[in-house]
Design a protein around this ligand. Structure first.
Ligand code: ATP
Ligand code: MG
Length: 377
């Protein structure tokens, strides 16, 4: 990785926000700036100001910590610690030389005019800056496979010079897409599902249905990792008692139906909580056919007549891909410690259920409250 030492600013690039209508874009840009400021304040990053400049956001800072904290803010496509100079060819040469002097081997200068007021074209600027580096430092130019790329972005009266481009996670700023409840266990899948929905700009309320102390501990640890990505939103976890109800169903002979009763109870109660808190949807980590309980037939019974949409961002993903994402997010190491086998799972859980059969079982085991949603339907 390359470093712009003594940088005085950082520029943030976003992609999808730029495709929105001007009014939506303005709101999203404002939100992104607010979320960046909150992230920097919470993590103790020293910065002077965050402001919008054409289609970029500029942060005035020279704190190295800004590199890792900017990464956590959704809506950021990429970012670079930069040297801000006046948009003046002599200033550009000076800043580029100072960056080129830190490296050896071939180099390329890449110029982008974000606003078009600079008197030279991008190619002319790149040539002038490149030839000065070649003459003064004696490094060769290689435009196809250079050892170092020097990027110059021209915005209004300012220019930003860097040789570092760090990828963000993209998405939309948290807080631009309303609230959702995320059902999170201590396993690998559900934290990834919650993260993906947060990345699309939703505020997530984490909800856990408690079966064991250990699983709850895992959930709380996962929440503390996910919280880092939710600057700009509340992220208060909710824990709901679940074990006593499951024990009651088992005592009344629901053995092979227990997983369905368990999921149905979670979703029915989540619907109520969502209504109370004004959340618009529920997120789960289901992936089609991944385990016996996640068949289409079962998913249908679990959500029959429920009012809130259930979002399942992992539904079409393979386990390998989910694991890769969990590692990238930082939840995987916690999940593999706490993802213990559920103490209520029977040897042969029902894989292909039907609503009419479930209805009878639920009545038999005293789970009538799980059917209420269908009364008026
Ligand atoms: P995960 O890896 O997220 O635990 P899983 O593959 O083990 O998922 P299931 O146990 O069938 O699958 O759970 C499906 C989904 O139901 C989970 O992804 C999660 O969203 C939700 N869920 C399961 N257990 C709990 C729990 N104890 N509390 C809250 N939500 C839960
Ligand atoms: Mg699980």
């Amino acid at each position: 990785m390359r470093f712009v030492e003594n940088f005085n600013s950082l520029i943030v690039r976003y992609s999808e926000i730029g495709l929105k209508s001007s009014q939506v874009r303005r709101e999203m840009e404002k939100r992104l700036i607010k979320n960046l400021e909150k992230a920097y304040r919470s993590e103790g990053v020293n910065f002077i100001q965050v402001l919008k400049r054409a289609s970029r956001i500029v942060v005035y800072t020279s704190d190295p910590k800004v590199r890792e904290v900017t990464k956590l803010v959704f809506g950021v496509k990429s970012y670079s610690p930069t040297l801000e100079t006046e948009a003046d060819i002599e200033e550009l040469k000076k800043a580029s030389l100072s960056i080129a002097a830190k490296e050896r081997g071939s180099f390329a200068v890449r110029v982008r005019r974000i606003t078009k007021n600079f008197p030279l074209t991008s190619i002319e600027t790149a040539r002038l800056v490149g030839s000065v580096i070649k003459e003064q430092i004696g490094r060769p130019v290689d435009l196809t496979n250079p050892n170092q790329e020097i990027f110059i972005e021209l915005i209004g009266k300012k220019a930003y010079v860097t040789d570092e481009k760090i990828s963000g996670y993209g998405g939309l700023p948290v807080g631009t897409q309303g609230q959702v409840l995320a059902l999170i266990s201590s396993g690998i899948d559900s934290p990834v599902a919650a993260w993906l929905i947060m990345r699309r700009g939703a505020q997530v309320i984490p909800v856990h249905f408690k079966k064991t102390d250990e699983e709850e501990e895992g959930f709380m640890r996962l929440v503390s990792v996910l919280k880092k990505f939710s600057y700009g939103a509340n992220f208060k976890p909710i824990v709901v008692k679940h074990a006593t109800a499951l024990r009651k169903y088992l005592e009344r002979g629901a053995r092979e139906w227990i997983c369905l009763l368990c999921k149905r109870r979670m979703l029915v109660l989540a619907n109520k909580i969502a209504n109370q808190l004004g959340a618009s949807a529920i997120v789960t980590g289901d992936s089609l056919g991944q385990v016996a309980s996640q068949t289409l037939e079962n998913l249908e019974v679990e959500t029959h007549c429920l009012e809130k949409p259930v979002l399942r961002p992992l539904i079409g993903m393979d386990k390998d891909d989910i694991v890769k994402m969990a590692k990238k997010i930082g939840t995987y190491d916690i999940s593999i410690v706490y993802d213990v086998t559920c103490p209520f799972v029977p040897k042969k859980p029902k894989t292909k259920s039907r609503w009419d059969k479930f209805l009878k079982v639920a009545r038999r085991v005293g789970a009538d409250d799980l059917l209420d949603a269908c009364k008026g339907a």
